[in-house]
Write a protein that binds this ligand. Structure first.
Ligand SMILES: NC(=O)c1ccc[n+]([C@@H]2O[C@H](COP(=O)([O-])OP(=O)(O)OC[C@H]3O[C@@H](n4cnc5c(N)ncnc54)[C@H](O)[C@@H]3O)[C@@H](O)[C@H]2O)c1
Length: 236
């Protein structure tokens, strides 16, 4: 039976990844700062709860020490922040915390896990929860969108650096998902199922099909020298 690690496992997409993986027979190490929610996921899935702040490099190192033998590492924890609006309207502490959790959490995870995974010389995968907000620019999202663009870049850099090794990395870039972070959107269980199927299929980035043309059009607009406008999904 294989072993997987999930950060942000107390709620939403992380909890759904835990449920799907447990149903598929995977043993779990579950990390979060929400100790109540973490305990609930652990009881439901039979996983081991390891309270962890992903923004803390030492805590992520300790999580990796708890997870010897893991073949799947899901770096999923994230926050929106308290402020939305234009970049200059977001207070410094919000920029710091959103980047510390969303970007720092992924970088700390890579620093803690990748050298250990490479040392085993066996196949392993890192699955990062990025966002559609890291593929395209939507107006008024505070520090969240910029942090997710950084996450996407970190994942792409890591993928290039890992080429030719038994360790792979990929990301999911969901649009709205109904979780603790968003009142509306698709079910977290659907996102989790699709994410894990994509891992099995070797898909690098999961972007909702109805948003792909809009993402490409926005990049095309910028490289052509025009100011971007908020993308809209395909209605077909
Ligand atoms: N919900 C959406 O619409 C949506 C869309 C795209 C991407 N995402 C991403 O999905 C991921 C999961 O979010 P969610 O939507 O399931 O929200 P959620 O709030 O339900 O779950 C996020 C979990 O991360 C945990 N967390 C927050 N800060 C942490 C920290 N410092 N250390 C450890 N755990 C921490 C929270 O306690 C929570 O359990 C995030 O990275 C988010 O950016 C969400």
């Amino acid at each position: 039976m294989s072993l997987a690690v999930i950060t942000g496992a107390a709620s939403g997409i992380g909890a759904a990844l835990a449920d799907v993986l447990a149903a598929r027979g995977t043993r779990l190490v579950l990390a979060d700062v929400d100790l109540g929610g973490l305990a609930e996921t652990a009881v439901r899935t039979g996983g081991t709860a390891v309270p962890t702040d992903v923004a803390d490099p030492a805590a992520m190192d300790a999580l990796a020490e708890h997870s010897v033998g893991a073949r799947l590492v899901c770096l999923n924890a994230g926050i929106v922040g308290t402020a939305v609006g234009a970049p200059w309207e977001v207070p410094p502490e919000d920029w710091d915390r959103v980047f510390a959790v969303n970007v720092g959490g992924v970088v700390n995870g890579l620093r803690a896990f990748v050298p250990r995974l490479l040392a085993t010389d066996e196949p392993a995968h890192v699955l990062v929860t990025a966002s559609l907000a890291g593929m395209a620019v939507f107006g008024g999202g505070g520090a969240y969108g910029p942090s997710k663009h950084a996450v996407s870049a970190v994942v792409q850099h890591a993928a290039m650096a890992l080429a030719g090794t038994p360790v792979t990395i990929g990301m999911i870039c969901p649009a709205l998902v109904a979780t603790g972070l968003s009142a509306e959107g698709v079910a977290a269980s659907t996102v989790a199922e699709e994410a894990l199927d994509a891992v099995d299929a070797g898909v690098f980035a999961v972007v909702p099909p109805q948003w792909r043309a809009a993402v490409i059009a926005q990049v095309g607009s910028v490289v052509a020298g025009r100011v971007p406008v908020s993308p809209v999904p395909d209605s077909r």
